[in-house]
Design a binder for this molecule. Structure first.
Ligand code: FAD
Length: 598
């Protein structure tokens, strides 16, 4: 026996692939996840919580040592921008187990743009059935919404919103924005109650929705957690399986088809280490070239963002009606020439961290929905256990810098409206600093550090504004920034951060396009037996948080793969007479795991 399909990475996409592909009892499917399993009923309070900050900022859920450079890396410039921790999930469910639960489809134009970029069969009319298939929209009906999918879509009712969220809504209405009510069904600009991937009580990840208890009972599916894939087993240009890091050393696993669902940073790294990527860069690292695909690792996109924070008056804060801290969002269009409609997004958060201080600080967070800057995922060496580095190149395109500067002015204007100024006692710039990250971990120490300060500020209102300015805005004031265009741009360039939405690094395209990495069925161009299904295949970042678009594309790629495999699944058994090569660059002699252990 051997595996028909091995899926590398049990994240948002990988769990969908495993759940859907194992529906055919004749197909043997193995899902390999580097992080821990998240078994049904054992998710724990932090993952289930509708307030996502505890799971999102727990380092135990992240890839250790993963770093990114946000600012552009100059050619031949010895002064490189600082590399900072970049959180990516490492547990079953991947991003969907720890993310902010915002469930956003983007707009029809996003997917029509994919088709125009060479992703034939990925226009809006093609992808809509998969958006419908994945969801059970608990609040909206009609032909655009699904009612039977594994992921519930929920909106927090307005009566549960705190004063801050109501005030932001009033400020947006006062500024002339329309209430579009359903962000996943009406695609013009306007504000809306934020759609969430939860059932009104708890998060629903793809681990919960697609590989729950009933699916795990299937005898043809196995989930192998806490096993990192080191590389691909290659025979010429054909992939025959994977090598995993086992307890006692490397182990071989054979497969008819390997699907990489290791995420937009993990999947290109596996391809590059296997010699599938830009030939010159591979040769520089001493990696033999299997397929010269310049697009592997390139085309990296994110949603560059910036935030302003505010010390909330007591009546503006969450009052226990809901654990959820983000209740509404806004899609809007910048006035910057050459940019598309709905090119900007903004959310209002009525709490900035789990701790008592975080409960008193709200934020407006804006990001560029349609950025033009592109970055790259780069290997730091050939060691398969060493993470690559993501170089985002944020704001390299002047249109991106201009829009984020304008976003600060826009949010500052909202903060000074009558609706909002009655809810806040101080406001100013804020960034996701190392200090905020450290304080964001749920520890007794952090509670003991923040609780007395929060109480002191409650007792002594006069301290709130100076505290906010000193410790949140770090001495910077909005007034000064708004009067100095150059200073404001410098501030934005120094503070820009992503939304944990990397994508594009193994993009779908026309097979004749040298920069495409996979064809519209997810097959890696120039290599047999290998597909990619995760956020890396997106040709262009959609106007959306990426979890729901990633689930959609995994649904579609799983359906295509199931159809291609048909009843006559291509199994590793058909390769039994071949030699047993190790992964490219491997000198080890791995032991073997096969489907016989199922
Ligand atoms: P992932 O879900 O990251 O899955 C990749 C999986 O592969 C991981 O589990 C990883 O451990 C595993 N893996 C990687 N390499 C290997 C290897 N070599 N061997 C074995 N396993 C491997 N999106 C939204 O829509 N809404 C939000 O509110 C939102 N908030 C976010 C907040 C945070 C903190 C983060 C991190 C993400 C957020 N996102 C959000 C983004 C969204 O969750 C991701 O875009 C989505 O999960 C990507 O899915 P994926 O399958 O491509 O990758």
């Amino acid at each position: 026996m051997s595996w028909d399909v091995v899926i590398v990475g049990g994240g948002s996409a990988g769990c969908v692939m495993a759940g859907r592909l194992s529906e055919d009892p004749a197909r043997r499917v193995l899902l390999i996840e580097a992080g821990r399993d998240v078994k049904p009923g054992e998710e724990g309070a932090a993952i289930l919580d509708m307030y996502p900050g505890r799971a999102a900022f727990d380092p135990a859920n992240h890839w250790p040592g993963l770093q990114a450079r946000f600012q552009p890396v100059g050619h031949n410039d010895p002064v490189r921008p600082p590399a900072r921790t970049y959180e990516q999930a490492r547990l079953l469910g991947g991003g969907s187990s720890i993310n902010g639960q915002v469930a956003n489809r983007g707009t029809p134009g996003d997917y029509d743009e994919w088709a125009e970029a060479g992703a034939a069969g990925w226009g809006w009319a093609d992808v809509l059935p998969y958006f419908i298939r994945l969801e059970n929209d608990l609040g909206r009906d009609g032909p655009l919404h699904g009612k039977a999918g594994p992921i519930p879509i929920h909106r927090i009712p307005r009566e549960k919103w705190p004063g801050f969220s109501h005030a932001v809504e009033q400020a947006l209405a006062g500024a002339g924005f329309a209430d579009i009510d359903d962000q996943n069904g009406r695609f013009e600009d306007g504000y809306f109650p934020q759609t969430l991937s939860n059932d009104g009580t708890s998060r629903v990840s793809t681990a919960m929705g697609y590989v729950g208890a009933a699916v795990r009972n299937r005898p043809n599916l196995r989930i192998m957690a806490e096993r990192q894939v080191r590389g691909l087993l290659l025979e010429g240009n054909a992939v025959r399986g994977v090598e995993v890091q086992g307890d006692a050393g490397p182990e071989r696993i054979e497969a008819g088809t390997v699907v990489l669902s290791a995420g937009a940073i993990g999947s290109p790294a596996i391809l590059l280490r296997a010699g599938i990527g830009p030939a010159a860069a591979l040769r520089d690292l001493g990696i033999p070239v299997v397929a010269d695909r310049p697009g592997v690792g390139a085309n990296l996109q994110e949603h560059p963002g910036i935030s302003l924070s505010a010390f909330l008056a007591p009546h503006a804060r969450l009052r226990g009606t809901t654990r959820r801290h983000i209740h509404l969002g806004l899609r809007y269009s910048s006035a910057v020439p050459g940019c598309s409609v709905s090119d900007m997004y903004m959310m209002a958060a009525a709490k900035s961290a789990w701790h008592p201080l975080g409960e008193r600080i709200g934020s407006l967070l804006a990001w560029i929905n349609k950025p033009y800057s592109r970055g790259r995922v780069v290997l730091q060496g050939t060691d398969p256990m060493q993470p690559p580095i993501a170089e985002f190149n944020h704001l390299a395109d002047p249109r991106d810098a201009e829009r984020l500067v304008e976003a600060v002015r826009f949010m500052a204007g909202l903060m000074t409206t009558a609706a909002l100024s009655s809810q806040i006692e101080a406001s100013g710039p804020a960034s996701y600093s190392g200090f905020a990250r450290a304080l964001g971990r749920q520890t007794v120490r952090n509670y003991l550090l923040t609780a007395p300060v929060a109480k002191l500020l409650d007792w002594m209102p006069a301290l709130r504004a100076p505290f906010f300015q000193r410790f949140v805005s770090r001495g910077a004031t909005l007034e000064a920034l708004l009067q100095d265009q150059d200073g404001l741009e410098a501030y934005v360039r120094g503070s820009v951060f992503g939304q944990w939405h990397p994508c594009g690094t193994c993009r779908i395209g026309d097979p004749a396009d040298r920069d495409a990495v996979v064809d519209p069925s997810g097959r890696v161009l120039g290599v047999d037996g290998l597909r990619v299904a995760d956020a890396s295949v997106m040709p262009v970042i959609p106007r959306a948080n990426l979890n729901v678009p990633t689930i959609m594309l995994a649904e579609k790629l799983a359906a295509t793969l199931a159809q291609d495999l048909g009843g006559r699944a291509r199994t590793a058994a058909s390769f039994t007479s071949r030699p047993q090569p190790g992964p490219v660059g491997s000198t080890s002699s791995p032991s073997s795991i096969t489907g016989a252990e199922l």
